[in-house]
Design a binder for this molecule. Structure first.
Ligand code: G3I
Length: 403
């Protein structure tokens, strides 16, 4: 056995044998069990214990935190096209990370969510390339201007393009293969991610190669393919910035149009990458308007940025992240974070018949994509912050769902 693996497993065993806990008196999954599922994004280190972004001891503690506090998991990266299907064809899949993720969830009795099937980002260029001739470069991000380093790519693919039929065929093969592999195990999928255009402009949909090559029905087609592959899976449309009225209006237009065409969209995924300026009133309004669409609401990527420079933006693009987490934290950051989380959860609890699941985008601050903004309930050492107590207190004020 690889010595690193051995050390990690040993550290995990010792910590668990010693009954290690986060020091939290209670667990989120227990306190919220009659309201909604409470989940977290997990990374490959957590589900395999074998990658060392963290020390073995830290990784063991991260894993203990996930098991102690959460009853649902989403993959932070491992089911994205770039990772699970980096090369063309049936031989081009790499299921190592995804299988480990799904097995981790099942062996810990967690509700497993798949993220994400169709996205403008983290999609390899071969997907959009015409078969003849092959693309000249291997860039990976289809939209952001040269800032996404994921998979070593730079910028949007601009070689010869696939035809509409060719791209639909690739989309169908990908969705059928991935969804069928985890049929009955992954209960809910983010089928299309972040397709709506930002801002109050007239464009409903973001410009992307999916849109340019297939046309706006790429969304309906993706849902149709996913439904064919697993008719029992809950299929979500997932986006960020839905606390913003203009973007929410576009969401309503999109969802109503899909519903009018009988597209199998079963839930709204609201990412909720917000900041400490977020209030109960704003979240309440957002949920009230989304609930009118008649679909369950899943809060899919919750975090609350405490960085001073991150109090105006609502974007979720990794390329803008450095700018949104600079300048240190806001004053009284722990207190403001606790107040913001209290208001946000008060709104979730008020709408608990619609809100069925709340996923944090990371288990603790050290594992967050916005680590500098310290946006989660647990610090980098997995100790509960005042925001954790605030969230627990809100749960105790509110009766269970349906009571
Ligand atoms: O794994 C590679 C590593 O091998 C390499 O050496 C290193 C150097 O850059 O990069 C590592 O990959 C990083 C990857 O996360 C895993 O840590 C990528 O650079 C980085 O771009 C990637 O960021 C992810 C981002 O999506 C990509 O767009 C974040 O972890 C992930 O939290 C974030 O999640 C998104 C949701 O999927 C959709 N909604 C917004 C949300 C936040 O951006």
């Amino acid at each position: 056995m690889n010595p690193f693996v051995r050390i990690t497993l040993l550290a995990a065993t010792l910590l668990l044998a010693a009954g290690v806990s986060t020091g939290a008196a209670e667990s989120l999954k227990e306190v919220f069990k009659d309201r909604f599922l409470v989940g977290t994004a997990v990374n490959r280190s957590m589900v395999t214990g074998t990658r060392f972004r963290r020390s073995p001891e830290q990784n063991a503690k991260d894993i203990a935190l996930v098991k102690e506090q959460f009853n649902q998991i989403s993959p932070e990266n491992d089911l994205k096209w770039q990772l699970i299907h980096p090369r063309e064809g049936a031989e081009g899949y790499d299921f190592v990370g995804a299988d480990a993720f799904v097995n981790f969830g099942l062996s810990n009795n967690m509700y497993v969510v798949g993220h994400t099937l169709v996205w403008h980002s983290q999609t390899p260029n071969w997907v959009f390339a015409g078969t003849n001739p092959p693309p000249a470069n291997i860039a990976s991000n289809t939209n952001a201007p040269g800032t996404n380093r994921f998979g070593g790519g730079f910028g949007r693919y601009n070689g010869p393009r696939a035809s509409r039929d060719e791209l639909l065929q690739r989309m169908r093969d990908h969705i059928h293969t991935v969804v069928r592999r985890y049929k009955g195990k992954v209960k809910s999928w983010d089928v299309v991610n972040e397709a709506i255009a930002d801002g109050a402009g007239t464009n409903l949909l973001r410009n992307s190669l999916w849109l340019e090559i297939i046309g706006p029905d790429f969304i309906a087609k993706a849902f149709q393919y996913a439904h064919e592959a697993d008719p029992d899976a809950i299929l979500r449309y997932n986006d960020y910035g839905l606390e913003n009225p203009a973007k929410r209006k576009k969401l309503a237009t999109l969802i109503k149009s899909l519903q009018a065409q009988n597209v199998p969209v079963h839930a709204i995924g609201s990412q909720a990458h917000v900041n400490v300026s977020m209030t109960f009133e704003t979240m309440d309004q957002a949920l009230t308007e989304m609930a009118v669409l008649g679909l369950p609401i899943h809060i899919t990527e919750l975090d609350v940025n405490s960085a001073a420079s991150g109090q105006r933006g609502v974007g979720a693009d990794i390329s803008a992240n450095a700018a949104a987490t600079q300048g240190g934290l806001v004053s009284d950051a722990d207190k403001k974070l606790a107040e913001a989380y209290a208001g946000i959860f008060r709104a979730f609890l008020k709408h608990r018949t619609a809100v069925q699941l709340v996923t944090f985008w990371g288990a603790n601050d050290a594992n967050s994509w916005r680590a500098n903004g310290k946006p989660l309930l647990f610090d980098g050492d997995s100790k509960p912050k005042p925001a954790f107590d605030a969230v627990i207190a809100e749960a105790k004020k509110t009766p269970a769902r349906g009571l």
